[in-house]
Design a protein around this ligand. Sequence first.
Ligand code: ZN
Length: 233
Amino acid sequence: MLSDVLHGPQGSYLDLSTLFPEGVFAYVTLKGFENVAPETLREFLRGRGRDVLAVHRVDQVHSAMVVRADQSPCSADALVGSAAGEAVRVVTADCVPILLANADGSRYAAVHAGWKGTLARIVESAAAMVAGRDVSGITAYVGPAIGPCCYTVDGERVAAFAREFPGWLPQGGSAPTLDLQSINARMLERAGVPRDAIHVEERCTACSLGLCCSYRRDGERAGRMASLVGRTA
Ligand SMILES: [Zn+2]
């Protein structure tokens, strides 16, 4: 899928809310957005008619740690919320942002999955926490991330992925690359999330010059994109 780019006073963004159950909202802010601080995001949500009391965040450390929103802020890479009138967010620039919600929208999560988090299967842990007993009711959005077109890695890293996910990597090609979006989507599917409830954004952050933040392309000046999901009050 390719989401429409929308424009607001703070900058450009994607609105993924229609993918999720009623009452759940989800957005990704794009390159050049004012900033990704929780206060700015609250202001942004207010402008969309969604008044939230809090946007929760964590200090991202490329771990496999999933925490509840009421345990934040702390060091972790996925946040699970359940309160109405609140949201959770992660920030990325090439790593994969993943947003999840259960069938009735009573639990939702934002996940940061770089290569380390993907290898450590953080999205599975987050989905289990969101799902409770019913993984088949989950909706997932796998956001803009660096694609196999641009994500060349060393052979050692590819070997680690081949060991963890046997048979999942495409064979051949001139240089070793990884497709972290599809590996995370496949993990969700294997965990029991229906294929048609897994929405993958067809945007490579490194290719989308004017639209996406890419650390690999721009280094320290890359900026960050916020991916957030929450529930209306
Ligand atoms: Zn690319």
